[in-house]
Design a protein around this ligand. Structure first.
Ligand SMILES: [Zn+2]
Length: 665
């Protein structure tokens, strides 16, 4: 589902699309729009009066399905040239002018059936209409921002809603009209319509609404409650909500899109519990990060990672420290599974088109904000964010502006932090070389030596030290290739754990994280080995491997898997699998799983650094039953199935982290 939600800033992304040369120092165009839309047929009639000033040409584009019916300049018929989809209307001088366009067209129909990968910018059907601001349903100019007033009329009982402040509604027998305005810098208006039931609530001067398809009506109160709670939270943390309304609109499309003052979510996902939790919080927060301050895409998109950190991660942290740790560890594992040729600096991230984008632009950036908050302290972090918001509200801002706001609020140079985390691809990797405890005249000392790979990072490394009187938290500064630090204690230290809660973005060491299915299924060089020679088993095993693996399947010689130091996926019936593991001198069935259920799936470390994933089913039917459910458990270490049902699921405990050390007396 995160893929859907990842489209959140899709509307902003399209802003970078049209290549129209900027008109320097021209005042942004304002629009006065009247629209008539029939959702069922897609028929759309638009009159748009554009007020322009400070330019000698008005350049714009319109959607290919829209036609210009008439064009008046200062009340007189005018001619615009259409070249390669860009219309150019020469203006007599750089003074104030009024261009009036009348457009008519038919919005493309909703795609039929179960489509997933298209991201249409304009569609319409009986179940709803969606017209993105950049689709060209009105003339789109080169301006970063615009101002507009929009009145839209739809046949009753349809309801229409758009980005911008809701000004007026008129309900007629055959028509419903609604007017919206944006007199602050805004993107071109996005327009939505559908057979909606509308519910409303006022909170702190903000109008909250749901526009839901009738079958979702009973979900409305819960959505309004939660949206209100999130709005209040972010107002307290960052600053006043920059808009007057917030709408949650149900979509016939399987999307999760965020716009200024509204979110547009597939009617199929609205009933799912996670939608009202982290996903809704994420979309609400985009009103500050993304739509309130727009990221400077050319310099890297910081808004997804910051939104993930302050919404998704903050909600996990509220559930408990273990949930927060789980999320950080998942981010580190995802990064560890990213092949190095797909790694990139976070400044190269613009939007999520691939998994690599998710890992860098969401996970790594969110982790950078986690470390940054640890560096500044909670109060300093919050103050920097408030300053950034106050200065950049309704502007385009990049990492440089974020850095400046934080440096000014902290009163110190933070260049080293931004340079090492933003400009470089990769992550630090360090080892605990030595840990020695000593005693002098009743005082206890612990001397630690840490070594890191080049290029070196400056890291404040958290430590947990177990002493005879309990656990103490300390930290040491790691700079350069190697650092030796001596710490003093009142009682004897007995063990040390370096970065025990995974607070640093770094490369996990072998053995530090328990192996999970994804370690094998995402690896580019995984080899599939089918145990036994039964044709039906081979066929099923190949189908299962095809569903599990990210990369095309490569099959290997069953006789000598022990010779290959690559990740192995072994699939077969229980007896054949057990004898193969024994023959190849690989770890056997874990005791905790032996004999349970109808099929067992587990990961294990192999000598060297490669992982092993074993699927052992008791018979053909038990193997076939895994085809659908198993691919959903990539983050787990082991599973026991009874038919299709996973009855025991878990992650292996970490026996001994290479960053933990017992201290000899
Ligand atoms: Zn987002």
């Amino acid at each position: 589902m995160s893929r859907l939600i990842g489209l959140a800033s899709f509307s902003i992304m399209l802003a970078a699309g049209p290549c129209i040369a900027a008109n320097e120092a021209a005042a942004p165009v304002s629009h006065e729009i009247e629209a008539q839309l029939d959702p069922a047929s897609g028929g759309l009639l638009v009159t748009d009066i554009l007020m322009v000033r400070g330019r000698t040409e008005l350049a714009f584009r319109i959607a290919p399905w829209q036609a210009v019916e008439s064009l008046l300049l200062d009340g007189q018929p005018a001619d615009a040239r259409d070249a390669a989809g860009i219309w150019r209307l020469p203006l007599p001088d750089a003074g104030a002018h009024r261009a009036e366009l009348r457009l008519r067209g038919v919005v493309p129909p909703l795609p039929p059936g179960d489509w997933r990968d298209a991201s249409p910018s304009a569609v319409s059907g009986a179940e709803g209409s969606y017209l993105s601001g950049y689709s060209g349903w009105i003339p789109v100019t080169e301006d970063d921002w615009t101002a507009y007033r929009l009145t839209v009329e739809v046949p009753a009982p349809y309801r229409a809603v758009a980005t911008g402040r809701l000004e007026k509604e008129v309900f007629g027998e055959s028509m419903n009209r609604a007017s919206f305005a944006a007199d602050y810098p805004a993107e071109p208006p996005a327009l939505f319509a559908g057979p909606y039931t509308v519910r409303e609530r006022q909170q702190d001067g903000i109008r909250l609404r749901t526009y839901f398809h009738p079958e979702l009506e009973e979900l409305s109160a819960g959505y309004l409650d939660d949206a209100g709670r999130y709005l209040r939270r972010y107002q307290e943390q960052i600053g006043p909500y920059p808009f007057r309304d917030f709408h949650i609109i149900s979509s016939p499309l399987p999307v999760g899109l965020g716009f200024a003052n509204l979110t547009y979510i597939g009617r199929m996902v609205l009933p799912l519990p996670f939608m009202r939790g982290r996903s809704l919080a994420h979309e609400v927060l985009h009103n500050w990060w993304g739509n309130g301050v727009a990221p400077d895409y050319a310099a890297g998109n910081w808004s997804e990672g910051l939104t993930t950190y302050m919404a998704d991660y903050a909600l996990a942290a509220e559930e408990g420290a273990d949930k927060a740790l789980e999320m950080r560890l998942a981010w580190l594992r995802n990064y560890a599974a990213l092949p190095s040729d797909r790694d990139m600096p976070v400044t190269a991230f613009t939007s999520k088109r691939h998994d690599a984008g998710q890992v860098i632009g969401y996970d790594k950036v969110a982790f950078i904000f986690h470390m940054f908050r640890n560096e500044l302290g909670e109060a300093g972090f919050a103050e920097g964010l408030r300053q950034f918001w106050q200065r950049q509200r309704f502007r385009v801002a990049g990492w440089a502006e974020l850095r400046r706001a934080f440096e000014e609020s902290a009163g110190r140079d933070l260049g080293w932090f931004f340079e090492q985390w933003l400009a470089r691809a990769g992550a630090p990797r360090f080892e605990l070389v030595d840990a020695v405890a000593s005693e002098h005249d009743g005082a206890f000392r612990l001397t630690l030596k840490l070594r890191q790979d080049a290029p070196a990072y400056r890291l404040t490394v958290p430590l947990a030290v177990d002493t005879e009187s309990g656990r103490e938290s300390r930290q040491i500064l790691l700079e350069g290739a190697e650092t030796t630090a001596t710490l003093e204690f009142e009682t004897r230290p007995v063990a040390v754990h370096v970065d025990p809660d995974h607070d640093l973005f770094r490369r996990l060491l072998p053995g530090e994280a328990p192996p999970i299915l994804r370690d094998v299924t995402l690896a580019p060089d995984t080899l599939t080995v089918i145990a036994g020679k039964d044709a039906a088993v081979t066929d099923l095993a190949n189908r299962l491997a095809g569903r599990l693996l990210d990369m095309p399947e490569r099959s290997g010689p069953a006789e000598h898997p022990e010779l290959l130091s690559v990740p192995l996926l072994i699939i077969g019936l229980t007896g054949a699998v057990e004898s193969l593991l024994e023959r190849a001198d690989l770890p056997g069935v874990p005791e905790s799983l032996a004999g349970k259920g109808t099929a067992r799936v587990w990961t294990a470390h192999r000598p060297g650094d490669a992982h092993l994933l074993v699927v052992a089913a008791d018979d053909i039917a038990a193997l076939e039953a895994l085809l659908r459910p198993l691919p959903h458990y990539g983050g787990k270490s082991y599973l026991v199935f009874e038919g299709r049902r996973a009855v025991d699921i878990g992650t292996w405990p970490v026996a001994q982290s290479p960053l933990s050390r017992s201290l000899a007396r």
